[in-house]
Design a protein around this ligand. Structure first.
Ligand code: PEP
Length: 244
């Protein structure tokens, strides 16, 4: 049975942007009907970002509830600000901060317990793509979360498939390459929970105003996680429109 899934476009500003850019988005970002549009600015701008016509996400959380963790941000702080999403397991955090599959899974658990929606990122480096082990690689990333959170975790989470070789490189996966992995993810999770048919799976990796529509037209691609192109409101609007 096929399900109609709502599309989503999330903008990951990473460590970019400023208050002026946020003001531009508040004024000019267009949210199409039937599309979840989520803006994920750096943490210091979250308080400023909430309360507008789009949804807001953070780029990281601590796996701890509170305490002596200088520089970290807890789930309850995000709840306090009415931030509803959090990007977890992004390849840049896996690389720059040595976040393992298990640590990412702990963070997903904290987010779910706090009622936040994780945008859980997975994806393979180039050598894994070239060795033909993509499915095993992304399955291990997913199963680390299933082991800690149970196989119903995705009912309250969004998955973003982001091949690392396509992030920030201008090298997009072809719609067929992306669709193949999205279908694998959905089929893998469907084996133990039929609700996987309802799960939003986003594609990320050099999505831009020119290629978004073709990617989003694939059967199992439910929108995108956008890095570079989420820093220009006009481009981001075109991408959001391609989803709507
Ligand atoms: C990302 O960082 O999640 C991303 C997909 O970046 P870009 O769109 O710039 O490739």
């Amino acid at each position: 049975m096929s399900h109609v899934r709502k599309k989503m476009v999330a903008g990951n500003w990473k460590m970019n942007g400023n208050r002026a850019l946020l003001e531009q988005f508040k004024q000019h970002l267009i949210v199409p009907d039937n599309t979840d549009v989520v803006l994920c600015p750096p943490a210091v701008y979250l308080a400023n970002a909430v309360g507008s016509h789009y949804k807001v996400g953070a780029q990281n959380i601590s796996e701890h509830e509170k305490g002596a963790h200088t520089g970290d941000i807890s789930c309850s702080m995000l709840n306090d600000l009415a931030v509803h999403y959090v990007i977890l397991g992004h390849s840049e955090r896996r690389q720059d901060h040595n976040e393992s599959n298990e640590l990412v899974a702990q963070k997903v658990k904290c987010a779910l317990n706090a009622g936040l929606t994780p945008i859980f990122c997975i994806g393979e480096p180039l050598e894994v793509r070239e060795s033909g082990e993509v499915f095993a690689f992304v399955q291990a990333q997913i199963d680390a979360v299933v082991n800690i959170c149970g196989n119903e975790f995705f009912e309250k989470a969004v998955i973003a498939y982001e091949p690392i070789w396509a992030i920030g490189t201008g090298k997009t996966a072809s719609p067929e390459q992306a669709q193949e992995v999205h279908a694998f993810i959905r089929t893998h999770l469907s084996k133990t929970n039929s609700d996987a048919q309802k799960m939003q799976i986003l594609y990320g990796g050099s999505v831009n105003a020119d290629n978004a529509a073709e990617l989003f037209a694939q059967a199992d691609i439910d929108g995108g996680l956008i890095g570079g192109a989420s820093l220009k409101v006009d481009d981001f609007n075109i991408i959001c429109q391609a989803a709507g």
